[in-house]
Each structure stands twice: as structure tokens, then as C-alpha cells.
Write a protein that binds this ligand. Structure first.
Ligand code: HPA
Ligand code: ZN
Length: 345
């Protein structure tokens, strides 16, 4: 669709008003410090910080690993099915306010089973929130179970096995956690098994890791989407492949800023990727830790890179095209998106 130009001063309102899908958000990374304190209290867990403000002040990271260490500590407050349900509902309410109409939530069970919580507690709590999403938040939500790549492939197989009784509650399988030193091919067999079982497949690749990890996520794991993928810009042949095969990248600009993948948002390569024809989307990754939900990612990135209304429309329609919703829901969302652009004053 050709988009009429919109004055830059009106762009933030358009970005906030347009319907969108969020496809890269770790639900544990949406746990705000206040909620962390409330859960710690109800579960009688001592936190090593005196206040929610002190927790926030600790959120300064050098790289992915320094974030993952703090993020892991935050997950210790989650104990009951209700905790997982409440955490997901808090995110869905914020997403609705940001005009998210569909989301695919990342979660993992290995962090929690490592703390003695049953996988069923995690999956049932999150799934109940997804089931309530249409009536409570006017949106659809589904779940993607991520394996933790710093653990072994054998442990990923155990994780998949444990989740099987609830397989109908999951749309896909992903790969998250410490990237460097844990290339996708480490999980070749378990992804092949997940594929056989009919799961949709995604993987984090090329966040900190080299373009080679994106190649192997595509060619060895056979994923349909790449999470992050920003390092692809270093490999012209890979860029051509991503464009040619229309492989979506779920880009998370504020995450990249906070984890120092780019020194500033002005140096983010999202604009260049869109210019090259990459099917990129904007997402929040771990919004409680990285300074903003999806609309904050949109508005700050557009301001820093000078992106325009045409690119806003492309990013929102990419989010629906990259999602795992069915064709009729996709068409409905894109019609509504076009309507918002046509009627925006
Ligand atoms: N990368 C890898 N693993 C993660 C991330 C991320 O950005 N967020 C939560 N787990
Ligand atoms: Zn992520």
C-alpha cells in the first residue's frame, strides 16, 4: 500500500495508534520490579534489594550475559500457577495499551524446573492468560517454548519431553539464552524432533553471535524466523538469502542498546535492513529490563533513525505477515492497519 506522507511531529501518535503484533518478548522479562516485590512477599522470598527502585538502578548491563544473570535472579520469585498467570496478564494489559492485537510469548521451563517448579505450573499459568486474552485484553496470544542454549541438547530433549502432555498449548519452539559459544547446530537433533512433532520453529541468532549462527539456524535448525538477526548486515550473501526467502527478523532496538550491541540507537542498522528489503519487525524482548514496551521501541527508534510513515506501515504489516496466525486473522489485522493509516489525521 502506498502511504501518504505524515508530518514527523504526528509520527509518534501514528506509531502508538497503529495495530501491531509482538513476536519477540520473553514473558519473564516483563516482570516489573514492583510485581517482583509483591510476588516475593506473597511467596515469602527474600530479595537482595531494598526496593523496586534499587532493583531498577541495578539494570545496567555490559552484554547479554550480564543481563541474563540478573534476569535469572528475578525469576526466583515465580512459584505458583497464579504467579505465571498474573505476570502474563500484566504484560497483556500493557501490550493492549500499545495497540498490540496479537502476541507470541517466549517462555522457558528449564529456568523454573531448575528451581523445583513443575513445567505444568509454568505452562498452565501462562496458557490460561493466553486463553483469557481475547475477552480481557481484546487480543490473541500464543506460547513459544524456548530451550536454554547454555544447557545441553540432552536437557533440551528432556524439556521437550516434559512439555509433551501440554503440546496443544504451544505454537512453537525457540532457542534463547547465552549465544556466544552455543551455536544453533548444538541443537540440531532436538529441533529436528520438534519439527517432526509439528511445532513452528524460531531461534535467537546474530544478536551477539556471528552471521554463521544465522546461517545454521536457517539451514540446520530450519527455523522460520530469526530472533534479533542484526549481525546479518555483516554478510551480503546472507542478507540476499533473508530477502529472497522473506525470512522475518524480530528486531529489538532498546534491547540492542541496553546490551551494547550498538553504541547508540542512531547506529542501529534497522533502517538499512528495511531499505535492503528485509522483513524486519520491532519488538521489546525484555521490556521490564530494557527501558520500554513495544511503542517505546517504535518511537525511540523512529526518532533516532528518522524513519517515516511508510516504514511504520511496513513494520506493522511485517509483524502480521511474520506471525503464526492463520490467513483470515492476518487479512483482518492488515485491513484494520490500512484503515488506521487511511483515516489518521
Ligand atoms: N537473548 C537471549 N536470551 C534471552 C534474551 C535475549 O535477548 N532475553 C531473554 N532471554
Ligand atoms: Zn530475546
Amino acid at each position: 500500500m502506498s502511504i501518504r506522507p505524515i508530518h514527523p511531529s504526528r509520527l509518534p501518535d501514528l506509531l502508538r495508534a497503529m495495530p501491531k503484533a509482538e513476536l519477540h518478548m520473553h514473558i519473564e522479562g516483563s516482570l516489573e520490579p514492583e510485581q517482583m516485590f509483591a510476588m516475593a512477599q506473597r511467596n515469602r522470598i527474600a530479595l537482595s534489594y531494598p526496593s523496586a527502585q534499587a532493583v531498577r538502578e541495578a539494570y545496567v548491563f555490559d552484554n547479554l550475559q550480564s543481563f541474563l544473570d540478573i534476569y535469572h535472579a528475578g525469576t526466583l520469585v515465580l512459584k505458583t500457577e497464579q504467579d505465571f498467570y498474573d505476570m502474563a496478564c500484566a504484560y497483556l494489559a500493557r501490550a493492549q495499551a500499545d495497540k498490540v492485537v496479537h502476541t507470541e510469548l517466549f517462555f522457558d521451563t528449564q529456568t523454573h524446573t531448575g528451581h523445583g517448579i513443575e513445567a505444568s505450573v509454568v505452562i498452565n499459568g501462562l496458557h490460561r492468560a493466553c486463553m483469557d486474552a481475547p475477552a480481557k485484553y481484546g487480543m490473541t496470544a500464543s506460547l513459544i517454548l524456548c530451550f536454554l542454549r547454555h544447557l545441553s541438547e540432552l536437557e533440551a530433549f528432556e524439556c521437550l519431553e516434559q512439555a509433551m502432555p501440554w503440546r496443544d498449548k504451544l505454537v512453537g519452539i525457540g532457542l534463547a539464552s547465552s549465544e556466544l559459544g552455543h551455536p544453533p547446530e548444538k541443537f540440531a537433533k532436538v529441533f529436528a524432533r520438534a519439527r517432526q512433532l509439528g511445532f513452528r520453529l524460531v531461534a535467537h541468532a546474530g544478536e551477539e553471535g556471528p552471521p554463521d549462527y544465522i546461517w545454521s539456524a536457517l539451514d540446520v535448525l530450519k527455523v522460520e524466523r530469526i530472533d534479533h538477526g542484526v549481525q546479518a548486515i555483516k554478510d551480503a550473501r546472507l542478507m540476499q538469502r533473508l530477502v529472497h526467502d522473506r525470512i522475518p527478523l524480530t528486531v529489538c532496538p532498546l534491547s540492542n542498546l541496553k546490551l551494547r550491541v550498538f553504541p547508540s540507537l542512531r547506529q542501529h542498522t534497522l533502517g538499512r535492513m528495511l531499505d535492503a528489503g528485509i522483513v524486519a519487525t520491532i519488538n521489546s524482548d525484555d521490556p521490564a529490563y530494557f527501558g520500554g514496551y513495544i511503542n517505546e521501541n517504535f518511537t525511540q527508534t523512529f526518532a533516532a533513525l528518522g524513519l517515516d510513515a511508510q516504514q511504520a506501515h511496513t513494520l506493522a504489516s511485517n509483524s502480521f505477515n511474520a506471525s503464526f496466525i492463520d490467513g483470515s486473522a492476518r487479512a483482518r489485522h492488515i485491513d484494520r492497519l490500512n484503515e488506521v493509516f487511511e483515516t489518521f489525521e
